[in-house]
Design a protein around this ligand. Structure first.
Ligand SMILES: *Cc1c(COP(=O)(O)O)cnc(C)c1O
Length: 363
């Protein structure tokens, strides 16, 4: 099979998937594993699909080293439903929750949670346009808070947590939508790790929720069934028809990660890719990266020229060179290169070569 005219796609999401995954899906599109049908056409109750979802879960458990006392759910509703679902299920005693706001997604999550209880924004980096991760001490959290919430990687602003806040016995909930499987994490440090699939895992429409068992079962009676982690868990993520094709592609991505040598190998590659790009930006006269050095994302590299018109020109010319979707989020402008797991080193090298050329011509 030939894939001419593939571009280096720096989209923040939905984003680039490994070519091997797409090729395998293409090969299996009309006849999955001798079944005579596509995964899309298959009953979610069939033996074939049962195996697909079970293998996906097993592989994810293996590559993330997920402890046995955590449940893995494949849900729908995107990141935005998790903003509400976390609060609906975890505000179980004091109905207080403490949020650290480091960007648009955690801000939105805090506002959604406030519909369910008493939300306190314990720290925010909005004062400096979300260009850093605020330092927070254990004493800053309310001791009776039901959970503490963070966004692990800020897709829009390009910052990330490198050190988790110490929340003591309070469960920590983290949105890993744009950094899941990009670096090793210790799942046992969290109450919930959740991630929308469309950044680093598969197509939009699947959300992975990894939840500690003892946090399941607290949603109030009037919680919609689709928003109750217990109902989803009791039914093996199949209370209703799950996003079958998306789960299948996610499973292919997990197998691809295993073939790459696991998350550790990807982490090393991701550090290398990000370092190449940040080093070049820091050394250049034209471009600057606004995020504090110690908090810079490995996945979303945000940079500007300082001239909005020149930024636009950059994005347009890059596109002509097969480097697409380099515009920053519509809320902040500038540029953003999202370099998820599927972006090969060659893509970053090609981008840097283009940036050098553009710098020369626009100095
Ligand atoms: C993309 C993204 C979201 C929003 O996801 P939707 O599926 O569009 O609701 C939330 N959090 C983070 C960190 C994201 O990158």
């Amino acid at each position: 099979m030939k894939y001419e005219k593939r571009v280096f796609n720096f989209s923040a999401g939905p984003s680039m998937l490994p070519l091997e995954v797409l090729e395998q899906a293409a090969k299996e599109m009309t006849n999955y594993n001798g079944s005579g049908m596509s995964v899309m056409e298959m009953s979610h109750r069939s033996a074939e699909f049962k195996q697909i979802i079970e293998t996906a879960e097993q592989d994810l458990r293996e590559i993330m080293n997920i402890p046995d006392n955590y449940r893995v759910l494949f849900l729908q509703g995107g990141g935005h439903l998790q903003f509400a679902m976390v609060a609906a299920n975890l505000m179980r005693r004091s109905k207080k929750a403490d949020y650290i706001v480091t960007g648009s997604w955690s801000k939105k999550a805090s506002k959604e949670a406030a519909k369910y209880g008493d939300v306190k924004v314990v720290a925010s980096s909005e004062d400096k346009n979300f260009t850093y991760i605020p330092k927070v001490a254990k004493e800053d959290f309310r001791p009776d808070a039901d959970y503490v919430y963070i966004c692990a990687n800020n897709t829009i602003y390009g910052s990330r947590y490198t050190q988790l806040p110490d929340t003591g016995a309070i469960p920590l909930v983290a949105d890993f939508s744009s950094s899941i499987l990009s670096e090793e994490i210790d799942v046992s440090k969290f109450g919930i790790v959740w991630a929308g699939a469309q950044k680093n895992v598969g197509p939009a429409g699947v959300v992975i929720v990894i939840i500690r068992e003892d946090l399941i079962g607290f949603a109030p009676e009037n919680t919609p069934s689709m928003m109750d982690y217990k109902i989803m868990d009791d039914n093996g993520s199949m209370y209703n028809t799950p996003p079958t094709y998306g789960i299948y592609i996610a499973g292919l991505t997990f197998q691809w990660i295993k073939r790459q040598g696991g998350v550790k190998a990807l982490q090393e590659r991701n550090i290398k890719k990000a370092k190449m790009l940040y080093d070049y930006i820091d050394g250049s006269k034209l471009y600057t990266a606004p995020v504090a050095k110690e908090d810079r994302s490995l996945m979303n590299v945000v940079f500007v020229t300082g001239d909005a018109e020149l930024d636009k020109k950059f994005v347009a010319e890059a596109k002509e060179h097969g480097l697409v979707n380099l515009n920053g989020h519509r809320s902040i402008g500038g540029m953003r290169a999202s370099i998820y797991n599927a972006m090969p080193i060659e893509g970053v090298e090609t981008l840097i070569a283009f940036m050098k050329e553009f710098e020369k011509q626009n100095a």
